[in-house]
Design a protein around this ligand. Structure first.
Ligand SMILES: Nc1ncnc2c1ncn2[C@@H]1O[C@H](COP(=O)(O)OP(=O)(O)O)[C@@H](O)[C@H]1O
Ligand SMILES: [Mg+2]
Length: 361
């Protein structure tokens, strides 16, 4: 099925457009006026929301959090044609973000949990992180506590309406962590992209605009091998494959690896599998151990040392709009994701985070 997706035009990944660099400050975050853009977003409740004065990106958080201290906001938005021009430094001049897709066409294997947990932990460790929610279910968007109704621009607008990605970047209320959100409308993109030129490269091109402003970009893929996942794999340098410690865990992984190879050969030669993460390990069952052994035989070099246990705390965290690091950092799941984030830092060879901004892992 995946093969059918790779027909059509082939191009190069990213156009390298650096975009305008902007300095984002607390002052730029002002109470929202009613939206004036003609996007089909209806803000249904008068609850507090903020938008970035430089871009018009609009967000509203479900939970009240204490205001974030100035200088802790990580967003670096390009100025829109009409917005006042403000300036921002890049995360690390001359460096571009490590772009990592979390992919597995099976649903419920821990892609979103891993993406959200890792994004929050890396941001806490001092890295500038952009999370791209590429799943129309928008679970990463919800898990980070953002109200989808309050978003002016989302990934759909970037992929199909030519909205610059900087305008779709929403600040989360976590220092150094930004999000390009997804709403159910993104499901239409799978169909609409089919007829669009350079359809596999839309996300790569968009991310090139902001790649120098982040240390890490994490793309949470949908549970399919459709064009959204293909866009993620074309934009990414690395793939992390979460695999659930369950019967038939490896079923479908062969197809995923074939798709990754196909993308690598046809669309994105620099793509590699950063690693395979075993999730929802249940120490009480022999099955979990057997599955880990089987996956280790399949990916002897690639399996992460960290194995994420099945943990009720991990399952509870999203309903509070929190990651495990915020909800229960010292739970077994919290400690596992901390260890995983450390492995990611090592495998991605991320520079040492700025100690002055790091809250530690
Ligand atoms: N290690 C875990 N232990 C228990 N529940 C988990 C764990 N990881 C994820 N979950 C829960 O399992 C469900 C599916 O996880 P999710 O990360 O959304 O998978 P995917 O993104 O691959 O569909 C979610 O309800 C999530 O909270
Ligand atoms: Mg998901």
């Amino acid at each position: 099925m995946a093969c059918a997706l790779f027909g059509g035009r082939r191009g190069h990944g990213g156009d390298g457009c650096p975009g305008t660099q902007t300095r984002w400050s607390r002052e730029g975050r002002t109470p929202c006026a009613p939206p004036t853009a003609s996007f089909p977003v209806v803000v249904r409740s008068p609850s507090p929301c903020y938008h970035n004065a430089s871009t018009g990106s609009r967000i509203r958080h479900r939970r009240k959090r204490p205001p974030v201290a100035e200088g802790h906001l990580a967003t670096s938005h390009a100025a829109s044609a009409t917005a006042p021009v403000v300036t921002v430094e890049s995360a690390a001049p001359g460096r571009v973000a490590a772009i990592v897709a979390l992919a597995n066409q099976k649903g419920g294997v821990g892609k979103t949990t891993t993406a959200v947990s890792t994004a929050v932990l890396l941001a806490r460790a001092g890295y500038r992180v952009l999370m791209v929610d590429a799943d129309p279910q928008g679970n990463a968007t919800s898990s980070l506590g953002l109200d989808k109704q309050a978003l002016l621009y989302t990934l759909y607008d970037v992929l199909l309406d030519g909205v610059g990605i900087a305008r779709a970047v929403a600040v989360t209320d976590r220092p150094r962590l930004d999000l390009v959100a997804a709403t159910p409308g993104l499901a239409g993109a799978e169909v609409e992209l089919v007829t669009v030129p350079e359809r596999e490269h839309r996300l790569a091109r968009a991310l090139a605009e902001v790649a120098d402003r982040y240390d890490v970009v994490l793309i949470d893929c949908p549970p399919s091998l459709g064009l959204l996942t293909v866009n993620a794999l074309t934009a990414a340098r690395h793939v992390v494959i979460p695999i659930q410690c369950e019967f038939l865990a490896l079923e479908g992984v062969g197809q995923l690896v074939t798709s990754i190879d196909l993308v690598k050969r046809r669309l994105n030669p620099s793509l590699d599998v950063l690693g395979v993460l075993m999730t929802m390990f249940d120490a009480r069952t022999r099955l979990s151990t057997q599955v880990v052994e089987e996956v280790r035989r399949f990916f002897p070099e690639r399996i992460f040392a960290t194995i994420v246990p099945r943990s009720i705390r991990l399952a509870e965290a999203p309903s509070f709009g929190q990651s495990i690091a915020e909800y229960d950092a010292t739970s077994r799941g919290g400690l596992a994701y901390r260890a995983f984030a450390e492995e990611m830092i090592g495998r991605l060879r991320l520079r040492d985070a700025d100690a002055s901004t790091s809250d530690g892992l």
